[in-house]
Design a protein around this ligand. Structure first.
Ligand code: IMP
Length: 425
């Protein structure tokens, strides 16, 4: 234990392979902490050829001796959480005794999901493409000060009363919007059942974490989604409803800012996005290639992801906001068969050259990427296990990404397996 606290942040639009990077880094950590978001996230990790997808619980849970924390910045569907814990337990991974849930995290309840669905369908052409997990409406209730929190699960009588009150109000709203009302008795029953299952894992995680810091434990803070889905810095309104950037690790856990020692930015060697919103580097050619190879389908919704070339403008801005100490570059093997690889080095917007993205999504939508082409390495890299064994042209490509982002590359990944991740020597 060295008392080193590391934040891992997605530097694009989510799905950068953070789960996998966290899993790799967890080997040297004692505790893994989720800071924000809910089961809109989906982290895929392969261990000994077995595939695990976790949505709420940090992927660190897959290593038996590690402790995991769900921080106060999260929104948690208690029924989904119970399902996830039971699913892992059935596969020989026991979260009980190692998983700690913040009392102050907000609950995602069935009416939030209904509301998510209903509001999306009312948006028509202006759909955000949410994951439909009720995350946005749960954060609305949090900001509106009408949310229920995890600690409410601990008092069944008051919980019933609060739920009935909220459901009556939400059902009126749902009917008004043309949606399906939720069954109050059913919600109360499932919440009480989940509450009993989760009870012993619920604690004040801010106090728990300060104790862990005092003991000198090494901690990993896992930000879900990515920088450009951040509610403040992303392509608003095509964003999620929380702070997915490094600062979210502080507000979402109660750990003081000066206790964060390093920030790692996770990027794909290209760019992907799920859902609507601007994406100047989107490419039909790359989407076709990656989808044909069975890549880039969402872990949570199964939707085909939009794919595009590496965007240096975005990664530069992500570095500016998060202050990356180093980069983890994943999915390098996705580019193995390309003879030339375009990389976006700047945008052209209304006759001007931009090195940072514009704030308004409508302006971002108008940006035209300026590309520089790099020669492809035309060799499979998924079998590579050491940085030194990468083709020279792949190393040159990685140097270009590092230069554009303004941060050194520390970690590479060339496939889904744990053994396909290695450090830059
Ligand atoms: P929400 O978070 O479900 O409200 O969805 C808002 C936007 O964020 C949509 O474009 C989603 O596709 C996107 N999103 C949410 N979570 C993830 C994620 O874990 N990976 C990638 N995109 C996500």
């Amino acid at each position: 234990m060295n008392g080193v606290n590391t934040v891992v942040v997605g530097a694009q639009w989510g799905d950068e392979g953070k789960g996998k990077v966290i899993d790799f880094l967890t080997e040297d950590a004692n505790v893994v902490v989720r800071c924000q978001g809910g089961d809109n996230a989906g982290h895929t990790v392969e261990v000994d050829g077995e595939r695990f997808v976790v949505h709420l619980i940090p992927s660190g849970i897959l290593r038996p001796e590690k402790q995991c924390v769900l921080g106060n910045g999260m929104v948690i569907d208690p029924t989904s959480l119970v399902r996830e814990i039971k699913g892992l337990t059935a596969r020989g991974i026991a979260p009980k005794g190692r998983l700690f849930i913040s009392e102050a995290a907000h609950l995602v309840l069935p009416y939030h999901r209904q509301m998510d669905e209903q509001l999306e369908s009312l948006r028509g052409k202006g759909k955000l493409g949410t994951t439909g997990r009720g995350v946005g409406p749960a954060y609305v209730d949090k900001a509106n000060r009408t949310g229920l929190r995890v600690h409410d699960l601990l008092e069944p009588k008051e919980l019933r009363h609060k739920l009935e009150e909220r459901i009556e109000e939400k059902n009126r709203l749902l009917s008004f919007l043309g949606g399906k009302p939720v069954d109050s008795e059913e919600v109360v029953r499932s919440c009480c059942e989940a509450a009993e299952f989760l009870r012993e894992m619920i604690v004040n995680t801010a106090i728990w974490l300060s104790e862990a810091i005092r003991e000198g434990k090494d901690m990993l803070f896992e930000s879900a989604q990515g920088t450009f889905l951040d509610i403040d810095f992303g392509t608003y309104p095509y964003v999620t409803s929380s702070n997915t950037t490094a600062g979210g690790a502080v507000t979402g856990t109660g750990v003081p800012p000066h206790r964060i020692d390093r920030v790692i930015g996770c990027l794909k060697a290209y760019t992907t996005r799920v859902g609507a919103g601007p994406m100047p580097v989107e490419s039909a050619e790359l989407s076709d290639l990656l989808h044909r190879n069975g890549r880039e389908f969402g872990a949570t919704t199964g939707r085909a992801r939009r794919c595009g070339w590496f965007d240096g403008v975005m990664s530069r801005y992500a570095c500016l906001i998060n202050g990356f100490d180093e980069l983890a570059i994943t999915n390098l093997d996705g580019l193995d068969t390309l003879a030339t690889i375009p990389v976006c080095v700047a945008y052209e917007w209304r006759g001007r050259r931009l090195s940072h993205p514009p704030t308004a999504a409508e302006h971002w939508q108008e940006c035209v990427p300026i590309y520089k082409e790099y020669p492809g390495w035309l060799r499979p890299t998924s079998g590579v296990r050491r940085f030194g064994d990468l083709p020279d042209l792949a190393k040159r490509y990685l140097d270009a990404l590092s230069e554009l982002t303004g941060s050194p590359v520390g970690l590479i990944s060339v496939g889904a397996g744990r053994e396909q991740t290695f450090l830059v020597e």
